[in-house]
Design a protein around this ligand. Sequence first.
Ligand code: FEO
Length: 392
Amino acid sequence: MKPRKIKDKIYWMGYVDWDARLFDSLIPLPDGTSYNAFLIEGSKKTVLIDTVESQFAGDLMAQLDNVPKIDYVVSLHAEQDHSGSIPHVLSRYPDAKLITSPKAKGMLMDLLRIPEETFITVSDGENLSLGDKTLEFINTPWVHWPETMVAYLKEDKILFSCDFFGSHIASTELYVNDEARVYEAAKRYYAEIMMPFRNAIKKNMKKIASYDIDIIAPSHGQIYSRPSFIIDAHKEWIEGPPKNLVVLPYISMHNSTKKMVDYFVASLVENGVNVEQFNLTVTDIGKLAIALVDAGTIVIGTPTILAGPHPDVVYGAYLANALRPKANFLSIIGSYGWGGKTVEILAGMIPNLKVEVIEPVLAKGLPSEANFKALENLAETIATKHKELGFK
Ligand code: FEO
């Protein structure tokens, strides 16, 4: 891909990765992703904001072939998907200075072995004049690392936000046109990376609210010409109350737990509660993460194997604990053959979840009438609790 003009003297560069299917060796990417860099040619200084994964450095360097001088490289976030090609850029432009937050400086020295004399660190609110254009750096920590910042180009009212407001989408469309598609992709990204840090991100949202922003240019996915769309979506995910929704990740080995899941889901629906159930043997873990953004209650379904929960359920519980969704309630359902410590083990795995644990329902072998009655009671209890808290 060649450089693409955003506005006069402002260009998209980077790499659109149509083939990417897993990010950080963890996160499914059904729609690929992009690594966006941005070139700004001021009347006196030229700046490159962020780079690309090192394996795509050749593409970025080819896009820079007609750029004789870069005065500054800005690294908004030290993670290698944006910083990985900085050494290549500095090698071609040895006089360029690398602008970072103070925290990012140490990280980039560790991650990429960039020499200390290359850096200029900037403080929160500091301005950098490019001549006829001015960049302001705004500290926005914990999106999703502690050193993150964004940059606001004052004259053009563009916010360069790196991971903040990003989405994993590969596209030839530079700007967001299909907002529904981007909503889902951005929510997936928020859920998997930023949800655990939502209190910090809420502060960052307040901080940027005072800026007059025409365009948000993240370093993943498409550019927003209607910033309110993605800002409002983040407000909803961060500040909105949980929904009248049970998220039910489960595994079943011999169909007993599955019978309980089916009965329980039907009971919840009868009681007016929505459900998203995820069979963890086939689930896109990103879909589960998206559902957890809204869950009022999490119910884990598991058989007992090796005297504890199924290992895939352990993975799901670990992930839910790490993502810290805002759900208020949690319970466990499932079947066991002769014994075990399934409930105790799972309960010990979720210390980050600030939830009220509702009495689990465990069946010995095939669920009995008493077990089904207990599942009905559990569904009624959840419905009542959701109503009491006004979940919609
Ligand atoms: Fe896109 Fe945190 O890197």
